[in-house]
Write a protein that binds this ligand. Structure first.
Ligand code: IPM
Ligand code: MN
Length: 371
């Protein structure tokens, strides 16, 4: 009997609905092929459009479904002109979902696919293949909505807790163990803590905890790198990294930098994982300027669905999907335009991907188990 999973779908704003639709289309082909699992969807509106209509970025009903579902697949959210009275963007769900459900681990694989032009010179596929693990329950962004403002000054605080640092450090070492390959440069398993302990006490605190956790994983190399040096290294020497663990805002910034080195953010999926819930989404925003114009690259959303399948303990289906995406890039190429959009958009991509899925053997993944 096929196993069934209850999955909440939040299509989001801008290009969200088109890349989520494309992903569901591909998932249907994958389910038919595999016959071993069924995904049962429950759709909810959430994001900036929802905020504009209802005054809430996500309804209580959707939050309840999110809490009870086996997993959630979320499209990008946000519309730049939908803002709260305090000037911040409305409709972003990071606070409600990541902090609200204590989804502390934001896993962001950065991987160079075949035939994708990296702006870095002479890069082969998989010469960039690392995971950024962004702590997402504390750090600077915990100050969301609670920073202090007067007429002449404003402040946001950065919080690090022992529990938060310990659990994310452990998660990083587990990821380094589970990922199939070590760092592309030398094959070594290596966890790099990105921090700023030369200036801030909070990062010195994180570093101390990281060093202590590392003792339990003697087979995995570990190192600490200041965030400014890390930004340079991600450009100069990306093959050095296997798993990077860092604070919330640093992870936000560096994952966009990493995305730019592998063909744009449209290539990058992510998982938000806690002890009881998880959701899966692209790392990018909702790109309202290209919405509805057949330009959006659905790769990030489709690879996010593969991460979801792995989380649901359907590793074979996850591997099949990743292998099909890899083959599409390797064998047919994908007409990526500068800026990361694709000619023909999600529908052209999905058609080609479904053909590969229908004909491929139960191929082993050419890539990594990231979770
Ligand atoms: C991301 C996004 C969000 C974040 C924004 C939209 C608040 O940039 O997931 O990286 O930083 O949390
Ligand atoms: Mn971001």
């Amino acid at each position: 009997m096929a196993k069934s999973y209850w999955v909440v779908i939040l299509p989001g704003d801008g290009i969200g609905p088109e890349i989520v639709d494309a992903t569901l289309d591909v998932l249907e082909t994958l389910q038919n092929r595999s016959g071993r699992f069924t995904l049962i969807y429950e759709f909810h509106q959430a994001g900036a459009g929802c905020y504009r209509e209802t005054g809430q970025a996500i309804s209580d009903e959707a939050l309840e479904a999110f809490q009870r579902a086996n997993a959630t697949l979320k499209g990008p959210v946000g519309l730049p002109d939908v803002r709260r009275p305090d000037g911040t963007e409305a409709g972003l769900l990071g606070g409600a979902l990541r902090v609200g459900f204590d989804l502390y681990a934001n896993v962001r694989p950065i991987r160079l696919f075949p035939n994708v032009a990296s702006p870095l010179a002479r890069k082969d596929p998989d010469s960039i293949d690392y995971i950024i693990l962004r702590e997402s329950s504390e750090g600077l962004y915990l100050s969301r909505g609670v920073g202090l403002t007067t007429r002449d000054a404003a402040t946001d605080g950065l919080l690090m807790t022992r529990r938060g640092c310990e659990r994310i450090a452990r998660f990083a070492f587990r990821l380094a163990t589970e990922k199939k390959r070590g760092a592309p440069e030398d094959g070594r398993r290596r966890v790099t803590l990105v921090e700023k302990s030369n200036v801030l006490r909070s990062f010195a605190f994180f570093r101390g905890i990281f060093e202590a956790v590392a003792e339990a994983y003697p087979d995995i190399e570990h190192e600490c790198l200041y965030v400014d040096a890390a930004a340079a290294a991600l450009v100069n020497r990306p093959g050095h990294f296997q798993v990077i663990v860092t604070e919330n805002m640093f992870g936000d910034i560096l994952s966009d930098l990493g995305g730019a080195t592998v063909g744009g953010l449209g290539m990058c999926p992510s998982a938000n994982i806690g002890d009881a819930q998880a959701y899966f989404e692209p790392i990018h925003g909702s790109a309202p300027d290209i919405a509805g114009r057949n330009l959006a690259n659905p790769t990030s959303q489709i690879l996010a669905a593969a991460m979801m399948l792995r989380y649901l303990e359907e590793p074979q289906a996850a591997a099949q999907l990743e292998a099909a995406v890899w083959r599409l890039y390797a064998e047919q190429g994908v007409p990526l335009l500068p800026g990361g959009t694709i000619e023909g958009g999600a529908s052209v991509f999905v058609k080609a991907l479904k053909n590969i899925l229908k004909t491929q053997d139960d191929a082993p993944s050419p890539g990594d188990a990231t979770l």
